[in-house]
Design a binder for this molecule. Structure first.
Ligand code: NAG
Ligand code: NAG
Length: 431
């Protein structure tokens, strides 16, 4: 039955695109005219990369890198990976977190035994326009809302799956980190609203900011409980949090991002310079090796990239400044009520999007399982007989605490995050 359905879908998409009535038409252009695809080999790994021009008026070009599943399973689920920021490149996730090749501090590439690519195809998209190798030649091409972001990205996904038909009928999952806590629900909702033509089964969000009004009032408590602040400092930070919440309540979006940053910068200063993404560290992450690597002409040529790469792009970030404090909770409510598999995971040592704030947000998701969620026991999660985290689950909703990880759990706990993703996708229990 499943196979026939796949065949049916394939024929539908194939015929639509190639002949009768294009499945995707943007300003009368067919996908062939607005996408490029280069096959490349990097350290023995075959991958595909290119650009999709998702908005001709704005000359908005999204860059992607796609890896087929390493196990060569033709039915392998496809995962989309989106970095946060706003404005940071998803190639960070590829080369520092969960991709098949990781960049070492000396700039060399290492095969990642725990890559999510082992059993899944992964599509990394530099999103939104302006992030990573994505670009626009029009200064108005940068998006200012989740609605514009998801419009561009949805066009990109439709073109990708219309052209790259090998996986187009497979299960699809949207994953992302940090500010992608906004992007993931926004794109998943758009896919859902349009009749789920992409066969989306669920989504996963790591240390994601989805609703600042519910997630930003725990900086003081988290920092106090880990000893980064004393009682008086905790009270001072609480006042800053109250200001921010009031600003959100009054929908004063303009300098909300600046005030958000003021709070975590203040905590970092008071505590002698902790890294707000990982309170075990006293220095920022080093983005030099990956930046040097991705800006080598030979590497750009390999990928067919024609922009300069930086980890996080200012123009893209500035475009989304007024979006920063706004919530996507209503979209999350609908997605979870609609039964999509939903994974939220939090690194134990992340301050900026910490476990407390995410728990508060998840508790308030409005769905029919809410009461049962609140009453569910959290369980201990073991991998290879070691306690590696804690799992709260009811029906399709999961919240997982990853032990000994910061904001970027797959970077700190590659083996355990792979175990988490496999159990989540295969519906296997965590105990
Ligand atoms: C291109 O972007 C502009 C500005 O955001 C928008 O009004 C228009 O609908 C977009 N066009 C397409 C085809 O997405
Ligand atoms: C929760 O969802 C229900 C059903 O969609 C809706 O009627 C209600 O207004 C929602 N409540 C809140 C607080 O969002």
């Amino acid at each position: 039955m499943h196979k026939f359905f796949n065949l049916f879908l394939f024929l539908l998409i194939f015929f639509n695109v190639s002949h009768l009535h294009p499945f995707v038409v943007i300003n009368d252009l067919s996908p062939d005219e607005i996408w490029t695809k280069t096959e490349f080999v990097l350290s023995g790994h075959v991958g595909y990369s290119g650009y999709i021009n998702v908005n001709q008026t704005m000359d908005a070009n999204l860059f992607y890198i796609f890896w087929e599943s390493l196990d060569q399973n033709p039915d392998a689920p496809v995962l989309l990976w989106l970095q946060g920021g706003p404005g940071c490149s998803s190639l960070w996730g590829l080369f520092k977190e969960n991709g098949p090749l990781l960049i070492q501090s000396d700039g060399s590439l290492l095969t990642n035994p725990w890559t999510w690519n082992n059993n899944y195809a992964i599509l990394y998209i530099d999103n939104p326009v302006g992030a990573g190798f994505s670009y626009s030649t029009n200064p108005k091409g940068y998006v200012t809302s989740e609605s514009q972001m998801s419009q561009d990205l949805y066009t990109g996904l439709k073109v990708f799956f219309a052209k790259y038909t090998k996986y187009s009928a497979n299960d699809f999952y949207v994953f992302g980190e940090s500010y992608a806590g906004k992007y993931v629900p926004a794109i998943a909702y758009r896919i859902h609203e349009d009749g789920n033509k992409l066969n989306m089964k669920g989504f996963g969000i790591g240390d994601g900011l989805s609703d600042p009004s519910l997630q930003t009032n725990y900086f003081a408590d988290y920092s106090y409980s880990t000893g980064l602040l004393d009682e008086q400092e905790r009270i001072d930070i609480k006042l800053l949090e109250a200001d921010l919440l009031l600003q959100i309540e009054n929908q004063e979006w303009d300098n909300c991002l600046d005030n958000f940053e003021k709070i975590t910068n203040e905590i970092s200063e008071l505590s002698g310079g902790i890294n707000k993404y990982d309170i075990r560290l006293y220095q920022p992450y080093d983005s030099k090796p990956i930046t040097n690597f991705l800006n080598l002409q030979s590497v750009k040529d390999t990928f067919g990239a024609n922009a300069d790469w930086e980890f996080c792009a200012k123009e893209t970030r500035n475009g989304l400044k007024i979006d920063f404090c706004q919530s996507v909770k209503p979209l999350v409510d609908v997605l979870i009520q609609s039964g999509y598999q939903a994974l939220f995971y939090s690194g134990q040592f992340d301050l900026i999007v910490n476990y407390m704030g995410s728990s508060n947000f998840i508790e308030q998701i409005n769905w029919s399982g809410k009461q049962n969620w609140l009453e569910s026991d959290r369980i201990v999660w073991k991998n290879n007989d070691e306690v590696v985290g804690y799992v709260k689950n009811y029906q399709n909703l999961y919240h997982i605490l990853i032990n000994k990880a910061g904001h970027m759990s797959p970077m700190n706990q590659p083996q355990n995050t792979l175990d988490m993703v496999s159990r989540f996708i295969n519906n296997k229990p965590f105990s």
